[in-house]
Design a protein around this ligand. Sequence first.
Ligand SMILES: *[C@@H]1O[C@H](CO)[C@@H](O)[C@H](O)[C@H]1NC(C)=O
Ligand SMILES: *[C@@H]1O[C@H](CO)[C@@H](O)[C@H](O)[C@H]1NC(C)=O
Length: 375
Amino acid sequence: MAPRPLRLTSRRFSLKPLLIALLILVPICMIVIFNHSQKISYFFRPLWDNPPPPFKRLPHFYAENVSMEHLCKLHGWSIRLQPRRVFDSIIFSNELDILEIRWRELSPYVTKFVILESNTTFTGIPKPLFFSSNRARFAFTEGKIVHGVFPGRIASPGSHENPFVLEAEQRRAMNGLLFYAGISDEDLLIMSDTDEIPSPHTVKLLQWCDGVPPILHLELRQYMYSFEFPVDYSSWRATIHIYNPGTLYRHSRQTDLIFSDAGWHCSFCYRHLQEFVFKLTAYSHADRVRRREFLNYYRIQKLICRGDDLFDMLPEEYTFRELIKKMGPIPHSGSAVHLPAYLIENADKFRFSKEAGMSKEKDNGFTDPSLASQS
Ligand SMILES: *[C@@H]1O[C@H](CO)[C@@H](O)[C@H](O)[C@H]1NC(C)=O
Ligand SMILES: *[C@@H]1O[C@H](CO)[C@@H](O)[C@H](O)[C@H]1NC(C)=O
């Protein structure tokens, strides 16, 4: 068979349609990229970012009615004659309901609740001292409270106060407050945000056993908006320390060890929509509020009822498999098992935090702003 002749002269082809198509497509692409740059970059995170170094998981044994001596032994530790004193330290913003659940849970084991609050937000906006003005609500543990006020700075208009700087200053102030509260060597110190709650049996175990590592991260079950929306076990920032003079208050990676299934982290678990808006403008990631409509009550209500993302962001994941699995709303859970006991005992009072959708609809403060202050 003779080779087919090569055709060098192709059909005449005009560049014009191509140019017109480009003229239309390029601006569209630019608009899409401009509006969704965050989504696009998060979607490709598995290509441009590496996950943090993995933690070494410390197994965690617990069941009701198993003796403390046996539990200590299962972890390779031994039982103490006396429990350690426990200091629980938090920097408080406006999470009054979560604070009450936290302190009711931990009160039987804690020696001092050390709480620092500031009269400005991390973003430099003046704020009320929410704890001070609601202190009566915490009378059940008044004798254990050590409260400090951090004088904040107001960001001058136009300037951009770096929220992480104010946050770091407050963490430093906490070291002084802990000293004032009387912490000493060998005490157990919990460092976490208000909404990162170690389970009571975890605290009890660590206070009763000898041989516990000096620093442990806590792997907490992550919830979003309410205990109705369990996300995963990705929360790791909370730590428990055996205090020594070099211990510094931090909320970042401090060791490779993490204690499995050690409590709950309920993010954005608020009763009123005003509290969401406050949090959105106050917290260190306030830059995520990229559009004015993000603070719209109706939009927030709709998203939290569906378990959707408030910032219209994609999940922060490092593999495409995890990313795609987590896209879209968080599925509702029908379980209210292994939640804080005080929450279950007072399920009606904390209805919003188990059924975000239902009660915020009734109780959303659309028309009555005074709802924000009574809780
Ligand atoms: C469980 O608790 C009950 C009542 O306190 C006690 O009688 C029983 O011996 C306990 N069981 C175990 C396995 O420890
Ligand atoms: C915060 O408190 C400090 C110290 O009491 C005070 O000097 C400052 O003016 C206060 N700032 C605001 C915004 O209230």
